[in-house]
Design a protein around this ligand. Structure first.
Ligand code: ZN
Length: 308
């Protein structure tokens, strides 16, 4: 199959974490919440940033600029290619680019009590040659939850830029199709997509993680390799208040994916969702192999390489 799209939806547990909290009033750091304040979430922006930081840590040589000052070199800079940009100067790839990666916010799935924790930050401050102690108290809202994330990779547009071809002059101008301005080789494209998949597998790099030490790397994941670009799979793996996967929704997603000619892979860690037994039974009935998470990623990479 020529893979046009890879859709990943995953669950990650976070213990009393405080990922991507907004700045509240005074010393209170508030969690971002939805569903009338009962569930926490991690913004899509924070998730994207974490994803690119994780990727850049493994491949610093391919990130040629910062997001604030894009170099617009889609052919050589993974940052500009995958992040997209709005540049002040026109590069080979034009002055703007939409990211081929669509990242969802991380949505806490379970209504949970939000705990306020008290942290004391003691530091020694040097001021005009004198040392003084600075004790600060910070309240940090913490919560435990299972987060659902999704990422859709528009694989055909990784390392590829198309620009409109305009013919004629003045009011005789007309659109004459698309010119390909940048098109990296299939091998380079696979290398970049593999780096994205590795970054999801290793996902870390959230701003607050230095203190909270939580990983958003997948523990349960559904990966679909698709011959058509769409974002239809991202609703799979929704949990109810008891932490059970919505099996009906999952079954209809899997059946739809198969009918559309997608390959569906499932990576599993036991004990993350409450209805594990029924989940496993459903997948077996659907003839979907249940693999450890790393094996599902490896298989996705092998299938991607075989499709070229
Ligand atoms: Zn760049």
């Amino acid at each position: 199959m020529q893979v046009k799209c890879i859709c990943l939806t995953w669950l990650a547990r976070a213990d009393l974490s405080n990922l991507n909290s907004g700045e509240g009033s005074g010393n209170l750091t508030e969690l971002k919440t939805y569903d009338r304040g009962r569930k926490p979430y991690v913004s899509g922006q924070a998730t994207r940033t974490a994803l690119f930081e994780t990727m850049a840590r493994s491949h610093p040589e391919h990130f040629k600029c910062t997001a604030e000052l894009p170099c617009a070199d889609v052919e050589n800079c993974w940052g500009c290619d995958l992040r997209g940009y709005l540049a002040t100067e026109e590069g080979v790839g034009g002055d703007r680019r939409w990211s081929p990666l669509k990242v969802s916010p991380g949505m806490g799935q379970i209504p949970a009590e939000i705990v306020t924790d008290l942290l004391t930050r003691a530091s020694v401050v040097q001021k005009e040659g004198k040392e003084s102690k600075d004790n600060r108290i910070a309240h940090v809202q913490l919560t435990e939850n299972i987060y659902k994330f999704s990422l859709v990779i528009d694989t055909a547009n990784v390392g590829r830029v198309q620009v409109p071809k305009i013919e004629g002059k003045g009011n005789k101008q007309r659109f004459a199709g698309w010119d390909t301005a940048v098109d990296i080789s299939p091998e380079q494209r696979i290398e970049r997509i593999n780096a994205v998949l590795d970054a999801v597998f290793n996902l870390s790099g959230f701003a607050k993680q230095a203190r909270a030490s939580a990983s958003m790397a997948p523990e349960v994941i559904l990966i679909s390799l698709q011959p058509t670009y769409n974002q239809r799979g991202i609703k799979a793996l929704e949990l109810n208040a008891e932490g059970e996967v919505n099996l009906q929704k999952l079954q209809s997603m899997i059946e739809e994916h198969k009918a559309m000619g997608c390959d569906v892979l499932f990576g599993h860690t036991p004990g993350v969702v409450a209805n594990d037994q029924q989940l496993v039974e459903l997948l077996e009935k659907q003839n979907i192999e249940i693999m450890p998470v790393y094996a599902a990623f490896n298989k996705a990479k092998n299938m991607l390489a075989a499709g070229v």
